[in-house]
Ligand binder design. Structure first.
Ligand code: BGP
Length: 474
């Protein structure tokens, strides 16, 4: 008989949700803010230079969180959130990114937002850079390819750490830092497609982010030793398609494209397999002795990741050309179903990913994004109010959280879980409203129409119960 091992979520488990400034705030040019690369997705670069922005575009207003955050936070509090992950839009604080003096109105906005969260006992987690930099830094400096970005980032980070040091404990240095490899504009403000950019240039930009991340960890701990500073990677583990040893090695190598980023943050140095990859592909990056020392001395306190799907790897070139989903091309796993956007749904993959990370680093983990993007239909319920019967979302989240609980039985140390996104927002990869993740429906549509009214979906009460029972109801 199997012994029943403790699978309970710990008492202080941080349940909540995750947002990103450019996908929810709107107010794109208000109170001193200027355009960011987030605004410019997916239009390419606009602003003074390349393409003028359309008259209206989704992120201009997004879901107007900038003006409606008090009502939204109230709804999160009603669900019992212990944590809300938000990001700070760099361009609200430094509109061009290279100024000396911060924009007080921008700082004041996040002060009020954080205070509102604290009012309900919701712990904020702040992502310092979530897929956007001031557009000026992309057009004038080439984004993260330029070493000067380290200084601009340092100044930004020091400014916000100092301002919020007594109200915020949890910080993430970059969102999904590995995404820059496939989406250089999204992740690094670098113009051009990944396959067109010289690999030395791309890895140099990544190196600048590593150094910045280590600096942010150093400075954060100096400003407040209680800060908990983590890295964040997009984690979609690869399974080998067959037991063919070539497929096994292919899966290992594909996984390392992600693990490389966590390795540097957790172990403080570039792994041997990357040195080999650089040598074999004639990739040269400039790295000073000070850089190495910084990365070595200032490793992260915890590792966070997003998890939406798993992938499959094959060494068979002919199979590899199959397209899967809207973010990467890989081969289909015959055992899994996929979302409407081709993202393979794999709850057990989350248990696998948690174990893989914990075995490798023995550091506390944090799931900071997980959820299902789906087309939702607003219907009227028995009482005549509007809702969405999103059983598919409940099913997705429930099966994933059950696997989280299995991973904790395996011994994984997990600090919390913030679902993506507790309220509908503009999608990052497809820049649409049609792809919805929320427990709260927002009346806003792809053509920018909508009243912006909020409606609770069926999953709202379901998640509320999960939190109230600390996972016992799963
Ligand atoms: C992650 C991003 C988020 C978010 C989420 C869902 O990659 O960190 O910003 O958008 O994925 O993706 P999408 O909006 O493309 O469906």
């Amino acid at each position: 008989m199997t012994k029943n091992i403790e699978s309970r979520f710990p008492e202080n488990f941080l349940w909540g949700g995750a947002l990103a400034a450019s996908q929810c705030e709107g107010a794109a040019l208000e109170d001193g803010k200027k355009w960011t690369t987030g605004d410019a997705m997916p239009y390419g670069v606009f602003g003074d230079v390349v393409i003028p922005p359309p008259e209206n575009y989704l992120k201009k207003e997004a879901i107007d969180f900038y003006h409606r955050y008090k009502d939204d936070v109230k709804l999160f509090a009603e669900m019992g959130f212990k944590m809300l992950r938000i990001s700070i839009s760099w361009a609200r604080i430094f509109p061009n990114g290279d100024e000396q003096e911060p924009n007080e109105k921008g700082l004041a906005f996040y002060d009020s937002l954080i205070d509102e969260l604290r009012k309900y006992g919701i712990e904020p987690m702040i992502t310092l850079v979530h897929f956007e930099i001031p557009l000026h830094l992309a057009t004038e400096y080439g984004g993260w390819t330029n070493r000067k970005m380290i200084d601009f980032y340092q100044h930004f980070v020091e400014t916000v750490y100092t301002r919020y040091k007594d109200k915020v404990t949890y910080w993430l240095t970059f969102n999904e830092i590995n995404v820059i490899l496939d989406a250089p504009f999204n992740g690094g403000g670098i113009q051009g497609k990944a396959e067109e950019i010289d690999k030395s240039v791309l890895y140099q930009a990544i190196h600048h982010q590593f150094v910045s991340s280590a600096l942010a960890t150093k400075i954060g701990h100096e400003i407040n030793p209680n800060f908990k500073i983590g890295c964040m990677v997009a984690n979609s583990p690869y399974y080998p398609l067959t037991p063919n040893p070539d497929d096994i090695l292919e899966a290992m190598n594909r996984d390392r494209e992600t693990l490389f980023f966590a390795d540097v943050h957790a172990r403080g140095k570039y792994p041997g397999y990357m040195k080999r990859y650089f040598a074999e592909n004639e990739i040269h990056i400039e790295m000073t002795e000070e850089d190495k020392e910084l990365m070595q001395k200032h490793t992260v306190d915890f590792i966070s990741f997003s998890y939406y799907m798993s992938y499959c790897a094959t060494a068979d070139e002919a199979l590899n050309i199959q397209e899967l989903g809207n973010v990467k091309s890989t081969v289909k796993n015959p055992y899994l179903k996929a979302s409407d956007w081709g993202w393979q749904i794999d709850p057990k993959g989350l248990r696998y990913a948690l174990n893989q990370f914990y075995d490798r680093y023995q550091l506390p983990l944090f799931i900071v994004e997980n959820g299902l993007g789906a087309v939702d239909e607003l219907v009227s319920d028995e009482e005549g109010s509007y809702t969405v019967i999103d059983d598919y979302r409940i099913d997705y989240l429930k099966t994933h959280l059950q696997q989280v609980s299995e991973a904790m039985k395996d011994g994984v140390e997990l600090l919390g879980y913030t679902s993506w996104g507790p309220i509908d927002m503009v999608s990052n990869s497809v820049s649409e409203m049609k792809k919805r993740y929320g427990f709260i429906y927002v009346d806003k549509h792809n053509d920018c129409s909508g009243t912006l009214e909020r409606y609770k979906k069926k999953s709202f009460n379901w998640y509320k119960e999960v939190i109230a029972s600390n996972g016992e109801s799963l």
